[in-house]
Design a protein around this ligand. Structure first.
Ligand code: BDR
Ligand code: CA
Length: 310
């Protein structure tokens, strides 16, 4: 089993990612970063997810704000606390530390071949790589949810995780670590919709019901903004790229992030030209997902873990 640290900002889809990582991988630890909601909220949500699904891992909270940019959250997507929707149990767990970056450095220095799966802004990962450049040669890879090769979701061209902290994304993209990208062009092939909500409810068990309520609330929010009742189930894609590489097709490409453009800041520029015209590839760009298989795997993970927590 692949050993994985998930760096996240739950967020409904981060919660699903944690369950998938714990079921199909060996979840070594969880770190949190301010993103979908402020750090305190997303950390509580990560702890709650571990509690509800009985995941026996440490949670370390990390960066409260991006390296340079002002903090930015997504209440219109996940609610003010990041976990809008379900009735949640009282939180019984607490953080192992508030030093996620130190945790990442020590853990990766202590064990070669770990996978990092960032599903929020890349602030913690960039700080760890900047403080300890040796880490990039010690990890098996960094499989991140972020960016897009086409349209954005928080600007015309920028995806939320990258737009929140473009400077951090730039550090990670330039780090030399093996990088696997699950951007919007991939994750929009794998949808949350009302039939997924029904399938989650049919599993029963407290964990599945919380995820069903989170997903239903996400669809309500999409509808309120004038959209159809579906949206990408983004973050689990970054986990499946590690645990089920056969489900996602990757192509090696050069990816960079725009830091300056007044209209395009936070855009990931994915060089899809054929041949060797551009800079050397630095990313395995995920572009096609078998969404039937991905959905079956997510439901399998949730069903297996739904009765394990409190
Ligand atoms: C990403 O942004 C967040 O809202 C989701 O959790 C996901 O990580 C999608 O753009
Ligand atoms: Ca996320």
């Amino acid at each position: 089993m692949k050993r994985i640290i998930v760096d996240c900002d739950p967020g409904h889809d981060d919660a699903v990612a944690l369950v998938v990582a714990a079921h199909f991988g060996d979840l070594v630890g969880v770190t949190t970063v301010g993103g979908n909601a402020p750090l305190l909220d997303v950390t509580n949500n990560a702890l709650l997810t571990c509690q509800i699904f009985g995941l026996d891992v440490e949670v370390h909270s990390g960066a409260e704000r991006p390296l340079v940019a002002p903090p930015r959250n997504a209440p219109e997507v996940h609610g003010v606390t990041g976990f809008k929707g379900p009735a949640l149990p009282d939180l019984e767990r607490s953080v192992a530390s508030t030093e996620a970056v130190n945790y990442l450095i020590e853990t990766i220095r202590g064990e070669e071949g770990l996978w990092l799966a960032p599903t929020g802004p890349l602030t913690n990962i960039a700080m760890a790589f900047r403080q300890a450049p040796d880490l990039v040669n010690r990890v098996a890879g960094v499989s991140f949810m972020g960016g897009s090769a086409s349209v954005g979701n928080h600007s015309a061209v920028a995806e939320f995780n990258i737009l929140v902290d473009p400077e951090a994304a730039s550090i990670v993209l330039g780090s030399g670590a093996p990088l696997y990208m699950a951007g919007l062009d991939l994750t929009h092939q794998f949808l949350v919709d009302d039939s997924l909500v029904s399938d989650l409810r049919a599993i029963s068990g407290p964990g599945a019901l919380v995820l069903a309520d989170l997903a239903a609330s996400y669809l309500d929010q999409v509808e309120l903004r004038g959209g159809e009742r579906n949206g990408g189930l983004h973050d689990p894609c970054a986990i499946l790229a590690i645990t089920h590489p056969n489900v996602i097709e990757h192509t090696e490409r050069h990816v960079d992030v725009e830091l300056d453009g007044s209209l395009t800041r936070g855009m990931t520029v994915v060089d899809q030209r054929r041949g060797s015209q551009g800079a050397d590839p630095n990313v395995f760009h995920g572009h096609t997902i078998d969404h039937h298989q991905a959905r079956a795997l997510v439901l399998e993970a949730v069903a297996a873990r739904s009765h394990s927590g409190s």
